[in-house]
Design a protein around this ligand. Structure first.
Ligand code: C2E
Ligand code: CA
Ligand code: CA
Length: 735
């Protein structure tokens, strides 16, 4: 589920990345258009500003002239000198070059004392015809300097008769200064054109086109399209404003034109395309860099996520596929490699082997962890060398190795194993204290899972534990036995609930008198089908999974009930012994529990005896002894079962409190053998000296019985007298 989510995430990231490129382009284009719009807007603003300044100036100047004209007209007749003084002071105050007054015949006097005749001069004539007028930048008649001249008619009091013309002469750079208010960091400029396209007021700006006299003529010279020129012409004619590109060798100019309310003038605000584009380019560059950075960050993120995922996968694979100790294959990797090879090598034979270095763990404790790990590495290397190209090897658990080996002749395997033993011996690992054993399964069906193959090799290996050889091949019957065991193990718990476990009783007899003196309770599993399963089949399994404690308790409780039943029936009960498993000895509560059960049934403790074996003594002497002491404190009688088969039977006699010895059947079987005979003799002598009665187990023949009786054995238990029997039969023997 998680990896699915990750894949979706990666797919989305890729889509975003791929989409990022066209999206960036589209976005750039969008921004580009916006910028072009912005540039036009900026130029238009510059044009607006200039127009406003010029119109304002024009209006103010005209108002000034008008008021001067009104005053002049009032004093022209009565006090002409006063008019001239006013002209002088006005010219000075408003920074004009001069003011001139012309009489209708053209005779003119100026504030700087010049006399001339303007008859026939355009602005004079226009004013005389009643039109206020402003010239373009023209040459001063007096000194050829650039000037602009306002002309205004001076009316008589009747407001109809024109008495003369007032002309205000301004320095030509007055308007030019106004035109210098521009945008684009001083790179833009403005000039004024009339409706015919003639440049009225030009600028000396460094970007200005020098040979521009008439806009239409210029555009024609630059071979701009007819349509463009026609559109401009019609727009100028109709007082429309607009945007225009004018070509020039040094680069085109973006222009905005706007009609003025002064004469038929137009403001043309201009910025070289280069400047505008540079501004645009700067912004576009920032945006592109920004987009690229974002994309790079996104790519970096996606790649680093992928990288970290790969790293995680690698570590995961390593953890999954690598054995931490040998650095070689893990079992998972072994399975994968085997599956692969089994597919491709289907025509070859294969075995699956389970190699165990039997006493490795025991020996390893003498050498410590580091040396043990190094030893495992070397063993792994040796196995690998032996199988070579034809095999796949892995370590599986502490001292176990799995091998899949492809061969042509079965004899190759024996040769290989011999070589392995030789190499292991030569390597002298742990001073050659290691004993390898190997279970082999000859693969029959290549479709089988590797797990199954390994478990068959394992089953084969299990048989070695019971035998003595170091190599064992897989046998189907053994597998069936394993399955049967598994079935029994699964069933056990339900069987207990269904009371399928019952005690069989094998009576014990006085050797001397041949009279019955008690019995041993031996468990039987009677299935629903009525089959009797002997303890040898299920007790070892129950010992493995700990269930044996429940079984022991069940036996104890049933024996108690049997004794109680006998008492109630008025039959005198004889002591019956029950078997105590090793596991139960570790259960601290069992002593009190058993005693309490007897108390509750009001049974004398002597009626149930306990048979124990010495295995726990070997494992935990303290526990063993304290448990026995507590049992004896309660009054339980302890029987030492299978005496003589353990490692420390004699030590047991010395160290722990017991009440009776049960001499193992194996001695009785071989009683005629000299050694066995001597042991029986000695045990009986020893027991006599210690004051311990002896029960001989598994007495089957009359000869055995007589032999034992003659040596002074106290009690006899065995088929010669009686086999284990159902409780009812046992009761029959007591009556
Ligand atoms: P064990 O405690 O040594 O019991 C004696 C075994 O020898 C019994 O086998 C008995 O039937 C058998 N036997 C007695 N006389 C003869 C004879 O003359 N010839 C031969 N061939 N066998 C004889 P069984 O009943 O099959 O029990 C086997 C083992 O199972 C017992 O050996 C004991 O270790 C274990 N066992 C039986 N019942 C219980 C139980 O309730 N709890 C525990 N923990 N173990 C039990
Ligand atoms: Ca026993
Ligand atoms: Ca026994």
């Amino acid at each position: 589920m998680k990896s699915k989510k990750k894949n979706i995430f990666i797919a989305i990231s890729y889509v975003i990345l791929v989409a990022a490129i066209p999206a960036t382009l589209l976005f750039s284009k969008f921004i580009g258009n916006k910028l072009t719009e912005h540039i036009r807007h900026t130029i238009k603003n510059a044009a607006d500003l200039c127009a406003e300044l010029i119109e304002q100036q024009y209006e103010n100047d005209m108002l000034l002239l008008e008021s001067l004209a009104v005053r002049m007209s009032a004093t022209l007749e009565s006090d002409p000198q006063q008019g001239i003084d006013r002209m002088v002071s006005t010219a000075e105050r408003y920074g004009m070059k001069r003011i001139a007054f012309s009489t209708p015949d053209g005779y003119t006097i100026t504030t700087d004392g010049i006399e001339m005749n303007l008859a026939g001069v355009e602005n004079f004539e226009k004013a005389m015809s009643g039109q206020a007028h402003l010239t373009s930048v023209i040459s001063d008649i007096v000194d050829n300097e650039d000037v602009n001249i306002y002309s205004f008619p001076v009316y008589a009091e009747d407001n109809q008769t024109i008495l003369g013309v007032l002309s205000a002469v301004y320095h030509g750079d007055m308007f030019k200064e106004m035109l210098s208010a521009t945008a684009f960091d001083g790179e833009g400029y403005t000039y004024i054109v009339d409706r015919n396209g003639d440049v009225i007021i030009n600028t000396k700006h460094h970007n200005a086109i020098t040979d521009l006299d008439n806009v239409f003529a210029y555009m024609t010279r630059q071979q701009q399209s007819e349509e463009e020129i026609a559109l401009l012409r019609s727009n100028l004619k109709n007082s429309e404003q607009g945007f225009l590109e004018i070509y020039n060798e040094k680069g085109s100019r973006y222009t905005y034109y706007l009609p003025l309310s002064v004469n038929d003038w137009y403001v043309f605000s201009v910025v070289p395309k280069r400047v505008a584009e540079e501004t645009k380019k700067g912004v576009m560059l920032s945006i592109t860099i920004y987009c690229i950075c974002i994309s790079l960050i996104a790519i970096y993120l996606v790649l680093s996520i992928r990288q970290s995922q790969r790293e995680k996968n690698r570590l995961l694979k390593k953890a999954l596929y690598e054995d931490t100790i040998t650095g070689g294959r893990s079992y998972e990797k072994f399975k994968l490699d085997c599956q692969e090879r089994l597919k491709t090598k289907s025509k070859q034979n294969a075995i699956c082997a389970f190699l165990v270095i039997d006493n490795f763990n025991l020996v390893a404790t003498l050498y410590g962890n580091e040396e043990s790990n190094a030893a495992l590495c070397r063993i792994y290397d040796i196995v690998n060398t032996c199988v070579g190209e034809n095999g796949i090897v892995c370590r599986n658990g502490s001292n176990h190795f799995c091998i899949m080996y492809f061969y042509n002749e079965l004899s190759e395997i024996e040769t290989n194993i011999a070589q392995f033993n030789k190499m292991l011996h030569e390597s002298d690992i742990f001073e050659n204290m290691l004993h390898p054993s190997i279970g082999i399964y000859v693969v029959e069906n290549y479709e089988e899972s590797v797990d199954d193959m390994v478990s068959k090799a394992r089953i084969a290996h299990e048989t070695i534990k019971q035998g003595r050889s170091t190599i064992a091949y897989y046998d189907v019957s053994f597998r069936n036995a394993m399955y049967e065991d598994k079935h029994l193990e699964d069933e056990m718990e339900y069987a207990l609930e269904r009371h399928e476990f019952v005690p069989y009783l094998q009576p014990k007899y006085h050797a001397e008198s041949g009279e019955i003196c008690g019995a041993e309770a031996l468990i039987r599993w009677i299935t629903r089908e009525g089959d009797i399963i002997p303890p040898g089949k299920f007790i070892p399994l129950a010992e493995n999974n700990g269930f044996v404690r429940m079984l022991d308790r069940e036996m104890f409780s049933m024996v108690c009930r049997l004794q109680k039943h006998l008492i109630e029936k008025g039959i005198e009960p004889l002591p019956v012994s029950v078997n105590i498993s090793r596991q139960l000895m570790y259960d601290k509560s069992f002593v009190d529990d058993y005693y309490q059960m007897m108390q509750e049934m009001e049974l004398p403790v002597e009626l149930v005896q306990l048979e124990i074996t010495e295995t726990v003594l070997f494992e935990d002497f303290g526990l063993f002894r304290s448990t026995l002491e507590r049992l004896r404190e309660y009054g339980f009688r302890i029987l030492m079962d299978d005496f003589g088969t353990g490692y420390s039977s004699l030590m047991m006699l010395k160290s722990v409190p017991i009440d009776e010895i049960k001499l193992d059947k194996s001695f009785i079987d071989d009683y005629s053998d000299q050694k066995a005979g001597s042991i029986i003799y000695c045990v009986l002598e020893l027991a006599k000296k210690l004051g311990l009665p002896v029960v001989a187990e598994g007495v089957e023949t009359e000869n055995q019985y007589h032999y034992l009786k003659q040596l002074g054995c106290d009690f006899i238990q065995g088929y010669y007298f009686a086999k284990p029997m159902a409780a009812s039969d046992y009761i029959g023997k007591l009556i």
